[in-house]
Structures are given as C-alpha cells and as structure tokens.
Design a protein around this ligand. Structure first.
Ligand code: NAP
Length: 327
C-alpha cells in the first residue's frame, strides 16, 4: 500500500510517497481501508517537527481520517469488516491503510460522507470541550473567536451558535470573514492589532466579551484578554501564529478573569475518555439533526497531500482541507 512518510522533519514538499507493507493487527485493534484524511495545521506542524510532541521517525502523518474496517483482531467485538468509521489519534492517516485501537474507530452515520467524517471529530470536539467543560459557556454570552475561518475556529462558530452564544469572528481577509458570517457568526472583524480592541468595544457596547476562543496566540492573545468582560474566560487552544504569548497576570485580577487551557488529546485519551465520548455522541446527534453543517473546503487527490499542508501553512485554506485517499 502507498503511504506518505516523514523520514526527516521538514516542510510538506519533503514528505515521501512510498510503498509500505501494511501493519499487522494487534490485539484490541482494527485495520481500515482509509477513504479520506483531514489535513490540518497540526499535521503540518508534526511533519515539520514543530509540534510539542515529536513522533519517532519515520512515521506517516495524518491525525484524523475515515474509512472502512478491513480486518479486526480476534478480541474485538464492537466492530466488523465493512463498518464505516471515523478514526484518529496523532499520526497515520495519509496512507491507504491504517491500524488503530478499536476504541478510536467510531461508527459514522449513513448520511455522513467519508470526506466529512475525515474532518469531523477534532475540530468540533475541541470547540465543544472548550465551551462546555472549560468555559461553562451560558446562552446569551458573547464569544470572541480568533482564527475564525480556520479549522478549530470555524467549528467554534457553529458550536457557539448552537449553545446560544453571540459570536464575534476574527479573520484576516474579506473572504475569510464572509465565510465566518456564512457559518453563523453575528459579526466578523479584522485581525489587525491597531483597531482590534476598539472594534470589540464597539460591537459589545463597551462591555467586552465573556469568552475568548484562542487557537492563534502571538500578539492577539493579550489584546483579546484585555477585551474580556468581568468574569471572562480566555480559552488557550493553540498557537497558529507560532509565538507562545505571555500575559501580565494582574489583568486576570482586575477582570476577575480566568486563563483556561484546552487540550483535546489529554482530555479524550488520558483523563476523561467517557466525557469525551459523550461529547462526540452529542456532536453526531447535532449533525444528524442538521444543526452542524461541516464545510469542506478543497478536496485534494491523494497525490496532492503535500499541497494541502502547504496551503494550510500559507493561510490559504478556507473550510476543512481533505485529502481523498481512495474511492
Ligand atoms: N487544544 C487543542 O486540543 C487543539 C485541537 C486542535 C487544534 N489545536 C491547535 O489549534 C491551532 C489552530 O489549528 P487549526 O487546525 O484551526 O489551524 P488552521 O485551520 O490553519 O487555522 C488557524 C488560523 O490561524 C490564523 N493564523 C494567524 N497567524 C497564522 C500563521 N502564522 N500561520 C497560520 N495561521 C495563522 C489563520 O487565520 P487568519 O488568516 O484569519 O489570521 C488561520 O485560519 C493549531 O495550533 C493547532 O495545533 C489545538
């Protein structure tokens, strides 16, 4: 089978497309014929050796994917060959087959395409975990979403609206702001630091926002924290801008505010797997009820997986980038 392989950390063009012997299926695991793989900044960062966790080399990138179960270990009773599933973890999706723990392969509804399933779990689960378990978001509150046209940001818009919040989306171009509004954002504003706080003051009648959802970091973090209302919560989700910011901690005191970490992987796989599974059940139910409408951006043929990661790194992606691995 064919698989992309990171032999040395580097930019997307350094990924090698190779013939690889499919892995055995150990106890507790299943093997999938991969149909589609989501492409994300996380995948680009992991492949480049720029993420906080570095897998041992060589490895196949692709943290989220979908496919059909092809083989199951003798002790697996929950899945059968032919089942349609979404799966994920950290790596492995940019390949024609992938072996995953059975617990990480989640059956998908008949109405969900493989392309949608390939990008469904991570972004929506991050947003729901952030708002429900970490921010205790209440209906009527106002959320400021940074990087709002990106993967986790755009999921934040949809989940925030379902939970009854008012959403202010921040994005760097007209095209991205229009996309955020189409997804349901009540307002969209630019990311330029100069006018940043004034725009939020105007949109909130001087009050500030209750929750900041921050997958970007860099210079915007402190500006956003300073725009919190009394008892605000600033959700630390990621650092797409590269720089990990710091904050004068007196700001938290003055606003009765909290800086709250969000880590989907630790939440789902280490500390609270049952709560994470309940969240995912809720997300699939919202999808089936037509409340979540995942926006696929560009679908790249398998041969162009490198371009998908390069577009994400260049901030060209709008909507979820998906690599179609097989028909
Ligand atoms: N905490 C968690 O559990 C969790 C889960 C999933 C992802 N993440 C993290 O969240 C971050 C965003 O992931 P994503 O998949 O949403 O990425 P994405 O789709 O590429 O979106 C990131 C957004 O950040 C903005 N941005 C600002 N400066 C940027 C830069 N220098 N390079 C790239 N983007 C920049 C871009 O919006 P504008 O062009 O509009 O500024 C872009 O749309 C990553 O750091 C990822 O690792 C965390």
């Amino acid at each position: 089978m064919k698989a992309y392989v990171v032999e040395a950390f580097g930019p997307p063009e350094s990924l090698a497309l190779k013939d690889v012997v499919p892995a055995d299926v150990p106890a507790g695991h299943v093997r999938l014929n991969v149909k589609a793989a989501g492409a994300s900044l996380l995948d680009a960062l992991i492949s480049g050796g720029k993420y906080q966790v570095k897998p041992p080399l060589p490895f196949t990138p692709g943290s989220e994917f979908s496919g059909v179960v092809d083989a199951v270990a003798d002790d697996v009773t929950t899945l059968r060959p032919g089942d349609r599933v979404m799966a994920g973890g950290f790596v492995g999706g940019f390949a024609q087959t992938a072996v995953v723990p059975a617990a990480a392969a989640i059956p998908i509804p008949a109405s969900m395409s493989f392309e949608t399933a390939a990008g469904f779990r991570t972004n929506y689960s991050t947003a729901l975990h952030a708002f429900r378990q970490r921010a205790n978001l209440q209906p009527g509150e106002t959320i400021l979403i940074l990087g709002a046209a990106g993967g986790v940001g755009s999921a934040g818009i949809e989940i925030g609206k379902i939970m009854g919040a008012k959403v202010i989306a921040v994005a760097s171009s007209e095209e991205k702001r229009a996309f955020a509004v189409k997804l349901g954002a009540d307002h969209a504003m630019s990311a330029e630091p100069e006018a940043f706080r004034d725009q939020i003051k105007t949109l909130t009648n001087g009050r500030g926002v209750d929750v900041v959802y921050d997958p970007v970091g860099g210079a915007l973090t402190e500006l956003a924290f300073r725009s919190l209302a009394w008892r605000g919560r600033h959700l630390v989700v990621g650092f797409a801008a590269g720089a990990i910011p710091s904050l004068p901690v007196n700001l938290a005191l003055l606003k009765g505010a909290a800086l709250v970490g969000v880590d989907l992987a630790r939440f789902s796989f280490m500390h609270e797997p049952k709560v994470a599974a309940e969240n995912l059940k809720q997300l699939i139910a919202w999808f089936e009820a037509g409340q979540l409408k995942p926006q696929i951006g560009r679908i790249y043929p398998f041969a162009q997986a490198r371009e998908a990661l390069a577009d994400i790194l260049a901030r060209r992606a709008v909507g979820k980038a998906v690599v179609k691995v097989s028909d």
